[in-house]
Design a protein around this ligand. Structure first.
Ligand code: X6L
Ligand code: MG
Ligand code: MG
Length: 174
């Protein structure tokens, strides 16, 4: 059964709830079997920088779905959790990207796998290399490179920090 890596991000609303709910909905989907999740990271926004920090996570799954069916399902989950598309690269309640689908290089219509710019983005490569440092990323029809090798060269890693909910943030001042 094919192995896939999905990248999830959120920077509007209850970011942690949205990521957790998205992973739960993936888990409840027939033909998607979640195997592993990275740490959740808080990440500086990239692309359009005048927006709040993201939470990003990468999950590994096995799937009986084709890449096209998996894309439809991830878009359905984005929409069910209130995804709207306003500013390009702007704030979003939930984004789910197919990063890798086995070692396939897929360029058909709106489906590009590996995700075209994943290797330049610390918010993808830090969590991916955490759970799968040796995974091979196809760069074209011939070339491939491991996540750990890409991570070593990616810029902006200081903008990607492990995130933990702060248990004391709701305690009122005395
Ligand atoms: C120049 C021009 C350099 C554009 C970079 C980078 C554009 C990333 C889009 C870019 C450029 C993106 C997330 C995010 C976005 C996310 C964090 C994108 C799409 N999504 N920042 N920015 N996490 N931290 O999930 O990835 S918009
Ligand atoms: Mg994205
Ligand atoms: Mg996306």
């Amino acid at each position: 059964m094919p192995t896939v890596f999905l990248g999830l991000g959120s920077n509007i609303g209850d970011r942690h709830m949205l990521l957790a709910e998205a992973v739960r909905m993936l888990h409840l989907t027939t033909g998607i079997h979640i195997q592993q999740s990275s740490t959740i990271y808080e990440t500086d926004p990239v692309g359009y920088v005048e927006q709040d920090p993201f939470l990003n996570v990468v999950v590994k799954a096995q799937t009986e779905l084709s890449a096209a069916d998996l894309l439809r399902r991830t878009q359905e989950i984005e929409n069910e959790l209130g995804r709207t598309r306003d500013i390009r690269w702007g704030p979003r309640t939930l984004d789910i990207d197919i990063l890798l689908y086995d070692h396939l290089y897929i360029q058909e219509g709106n489906l590009l796998v590996p995700h075209p710019r994943m290797c330049e983005r610390a918010f993808v490569m830090v969590p991916l290399a955490e759970i799968a440092p040796d995974i091979l990323i196809p760069l074209g029809k011939e070339e491939q490179v491991t996540a750990a090798e890409v991570l070593a060269h990616v810029e902006g890693k200081e903008g990607v920090q492990p995130w933990k909910p702060l248990p004391w943030e709701n305690i009122p001042d005395t």
